[in-house]
Design a protein around this ligand. Structure first.
Ligand SMILES: *[C@@H]1O[C@H](CO)[C@@H](O)[C@H](O)[C@H]1NC(C)=O
Length: 235
């Protein structure tokens, strides 16, 4: 009876809450529901603090890859006088382009490909992030087919980051950042709570700022989200 009730209720919950992924029930020892911890980094693609955060989270992902739903939120200012992006990006228009390239790759490739694309751009050097040739090269490194995957169509087939779909993804991202009151690159949010900032140096990191500090916080949050108490009143 309980099981059949769950079978009715869980799919409805899954549809309502996008972070929930259901395990198949062939492994009875596994938790029935696997809720990933949302982790968001507020960044600007050419910002040194962003590169540092992304390097740190490379280490975090190695430890808790399967427990997190990682995304980047871009910081910029709406400015109708800016011709290509209608945004002012702190490190120039090329940064807006870099943001768009990353968002399009996030949308049209796997998470590993997206993350490898960003690490490749960062490895090329901060000054070159946003350049079309670097975007195309890094797509190759991450094994993303720029022309057919949708990423190129989204960001601009020549890699310029000015594709209309990509620019609108960037607008939505900037709006989300404003809504969450993210003003500094890099800001770390775990389950939509600001836990740390790197702005020249680590600041406001009540629970620490090392890889293992973030891993611990993510593990704790994962356990809370998957304890069943928060959202399964019928189970
Ligand atoms: C808006 O964009 C214009 C054109 O690039 C620039 O001159 C101006 O400083 C920008 N305004 C702000 C507030 O960033």
């Amino acid at each position: 009876m309980l099981l059949s009730l769950k079978l009715l209720i869980l799919p409805a919950l899954a549809a309502a809450v996008p972070h929930i992924v259901f395990n198949d029930q062939t492994n009875p020892g596994e938790p029935l529901i696997d809720v990933k911890v949302p982790v968001q980094l507020g960044v600007m693609s050419k910002c040194p603090d962003a590169l540092l955060c992304e390097a740190t989270f490379n280490g975090v992902l190695e430890k808790v890859k399967d427990k997190v739903d990682l995304s980047l939120i871009y910081i910029a200012k709406f400015n109708s006088s800016e011709p290509d992006f209608r945004l002012s990006c702190m490190h120039g228009a090329e940064e807006c382009a870099g943001n768009v390239q990353q968002l399009c790759v996030a949308k049209y490739s796997t998470r590993d490909q997206w993350w490898n694309f960003i690490q490749c751009q960062n490895f090329e050097g901060r000054e070159k992030i946003g350049r079309p040739d670097v975007a195309l090269k890094c797509a190759g490194v991450a094994q993303i087919d720029w022309e057919t995957s949708g990423a190129g169509q989204c960001a601009g087939l020549d890699g310029d980051g000015k594709g209309s779909e990509g620019v609108s993804l960037l607008h939505n991202s900037v709006r989300l950042g404003q809504h969450l009151e993210i003003t500094k690159s890099c800001t770390v949010l775990i389950n939509e709570r600001k836990v740390c900032v790197h702005d020249g140096t680590w600041k406001e990191c009540e629970n620490g700022h090392t890889v293992s500090d973030f891993v611990r916080q993510i593990n704790d949050e994962y356990d809370k989200l998957n304890s069943g108490e928060d959202f399964l009143p019928f189970a």
